[in-house]
Design a protein. Structure first.
Length: 348
């Protein structure tokens, strides 16, 4: 990863109508990195359960590299990533709330709206939403809650029709009620994985060594492992001498158990059929998370109103695509952006 390809700035925001706070990071092309003289766009990127915002950095670096080295029909002004309120750097901001209730990905959706309402993100340029795994439902719940944030006018008028010009879902794991019943082992198995994974260490050094050498992290790109070892660990709020994962076990279990997948599919149908948003889906060619061959086709089923602008696949990788093949993810995303901004004027 070329660390000079971008500059990053950290922010902490309050989530309206909530005691929660959210950690946000803004990435901008570094001084001297070529930017096309085209219309600016902004991008907001979300992560899945147990992950964190900084894991996008190798993908972000390559997107910026692609834009600077090719003729591009758009110019990235900034890329925003934010942690779910129970994950990453957001977790320590919300210790008190997390001790009292479970944080869900609907809360993550409200965190996205807090960012868009903050005036940090430009109100005058197209916004692209990119979600990995359960980060896609978070983007969808932000769209659903948009109307609540618009009245009274917490959100700028620019978002009155929809939040996103383009929505890109990377390996979305959403199951309909029928598929949840058919694959009733899916969520319990995810919870078993949460309980089985080590999450407490005697020291930071011991924890970082495990992340670089043990499953599931050792299958990741070394740059992503280093980012997780840097931002995904914290000193335990209960035992000062102990290093733990930022996302507490109970909150990670709740994220899997309480995720509103069926509702997010309904929102997706509405977004595809009633808003000007272009929706694109990217899957890995290896089906290693979806519990059956009918899950992914159901997500992109036009008969249920989920008409995709495109469905594509990244070869030789599965659900962990942005962690195992970040450059390939960047190329898939960049290709979608080029096609989209080449073929249409802004609709919003």
């Amino acid at each position: 990863m070329d660390k000079l390809s971008f500059n990053s700035t950290e922010y902490t925001l309050n989530i309206p109508k909530s005691r929660l706070r959210v950690a946000v990071r803004r990435y901008q092309p570094a001084q001297g990195v070529s930017r096309p003289k085209h219309s600016d766009i902004a991008i907001v990127m979300t992560h899945g359960v147990s992950f964190l915002k900084e894991l996008w950095e190798p993908t972000i670096a390559h997107i910026i590299h692609l834009q600077s080295s090719q003729v591009s029909p758009f110019s990235i002004r900034d890329i925003w990533t934010l942690d779910c309120p129970s994950h990453g750097q957001s977790a320590s901001l919300n210790d008190e709330v997390c001790s009292q209730r479970n944080i869900t990905f609907t809360d993550y959706g409200d965190a996205i709206l807090a960012l868009l309402a903050s005036n940090l993100v430009s109100q005058t340029i197209p916004l692209v939403g990119i979600g990995h795994s359960f980060g896609s439902p978070a983007l969808l719940f932000a769209e659903k809650h948009r109307r609540q944030f618009s009245s009274p006018s917490i959100l700028p008028d620019r978002f009155s029709k929809s939040l996103y010009e383009i929505l890109i879902m990377l390996e979305p794991p959403m199951l309909s009620p029928a598929l949840e019943e058919k694959y009733d082992f899916f969520h319990p198995n995810l919870v078993k994985f949460v309980h089985a994974r080590r999450r407490t260490w005697r020291s930071l050094t011991e924890a970082q060594n495990d992340i670089h050498t043990k499953r599931p992290w050792n299958a990741w790109d070394p740059r992503v492992r280093t980012l997780f070892a840097t931002y995904g660990l914290r000193t335990s709020p209960l035992q000062n001498e102990t290093t733990v994962l930022c996302c507490a076990e109970a909150q990670e279990e709740a994220a899997y158990s309480l995720v509103e997948e069926a509702e997010s599919l309904e929102i997706l149908s509405e977004v595809c059929s009633t808003t000007p948003t272009q929706v694109h889906t990217i899957f890995g060619s290896i089906r290693d998370l979806a519990p059956g061959p009918d899950v992914q086709p159901n997500i992109t089923d036009p008969r249920q109103g989920r008409r995709m602008a495109s469905v594509s696949r990244i070869e030789d990788v599965g659900h962990m695509a942005p962690f195992q093949r970040p450059e390939a993810c960047a190329e898939a995303i960049y290709s979608i952006l080029c096609r989209s901004f080449n073929n249409s004027d802004s609709k919003l």
